[in-house]
Design a protein around this ligand. Structure first.
Ligand code: HEM
Ligand code: HEM
Length: 211
């Protein structure tokens, strides 16, 4: 009785290799990540919550008494520099752990819009705190980090007018951040409610995103 093993000729072995190769590629396609890494997710949600909180703080200060506003803005500045630190970490992680490719079913305009939105987010996540830091430094003031330590002032010339002008730009960019956030959330809602493609699960450790 010939064994199954014994029946296989050279040609069959080549064919088997072909099948193996196919299975292997299917596997690697399957395992191509369709969601962000856990660390990337954690940083995304921490930054998202902190940015929304910081926007509400700055808005709240507008309607508060002078003493209250000063306290609220102190927290806004400290949280702003915390966001800056998280954004540096986020970019470092992004460099080490490449993000998953955007979902393959996206239309080309969605890909372009997603790329622009994500890139602008990173620009603003750096520009907002850096401008705030430079402006405070132009007042000659370090930033009190929740009473734990002082974020040092940069060695820039002290000039109140420059500081005010920089805060003017910071204000405009802050508004741009809020608009961008609205666009980003609308996109998530569209994908969740209309396209039903589970795109939100790309940024969550559960659920099933479409590849
Ligand atoms: C200010 C708040 C937020 C900021 C700054 C922000 C920023 C970002 C950035 C930069 C990316 C791209 C990640 C990368 O490629 O490195 C991203 C992806 C994503 N964000 Fe946000 N986000 C915010 C709020 C939100 C909220 C509130 C939601 C949910 C309602 C959300 C859901 C998502 C999802 C699902 C993705 C994955 C998109 C994809 O690759 O298909 N984000 N976000
Ligand atoms: C990513 C971090 C930050 C975000 C998202 C952010 C966001 C904002 C927003 C949305 C406003 C305008 C609020 C309004 O409509 O009235 C604002 C104003 C302001 N922010 Fe920030 N900010 C950040 C970091 C900082 C830092 C680090 C500082 C200072 C060190 C700072 C200081 C200020 C000041 C003084 C104002 C008032 C400016 C004005 O309205 O003339 N911010 N910020």
């Amino acid at each position: 009785m010939t064994s199954y093993r014994g029946d296989r000729g050279k040609g069959n072995r080549v064919a088997d290799h072909g099948v193996l190769l196919q299975i292997c590629c299917m596997d690697s396609q399957k395992s191509a990540p369709s969601r962000y890494s856990p660390v990337a997710m954690l940083l995304h949600w921490l930054i998202a919550i902190a940015v929304i909180a910081n926007w509400r703080l700055a808005e709240g200060a507008e309607h508060a008494s002078k003493a209250e506003a000063q306290q609220i803005m102190g927290t806004h500045m400290a949280l702003g520099m915390t966001i800056f630190t998280l954004a540096v970490l986020r970019l470092a992680v992004r460099h080490i752990q490449k993000p998953p490719p955007l979902a393959s079913h996206l239309k080309s305009w969605e890909v372009v819009l997603a790329r622009i939105t994500h890139a602008l987010f990173y620009v603003l996540l750096f520009a907002l705190p850096i401008l705030g830091w430079v402006a405070m430094s132009s007042y000659g003031s370090p930033i009190n980090m929740f009473g734990w330590f002082e974020w040092p002032a940069l060695p820039v010339p002290q000039d109140k007018e420059t500081a005010e002008a920089i805060f003017g730009v910071h204000h405009l960019l802050g508004v741009a951040m809020v608009l961008l956030m609205a666009l980003h959330i609308l996109a998530v809602l569209k994908h969740t409610l209309f396209d039903r493609d589970g795109n939100i699960f790309r940024m969550l450790p559960f659920g099933q995103p479409k590849a």
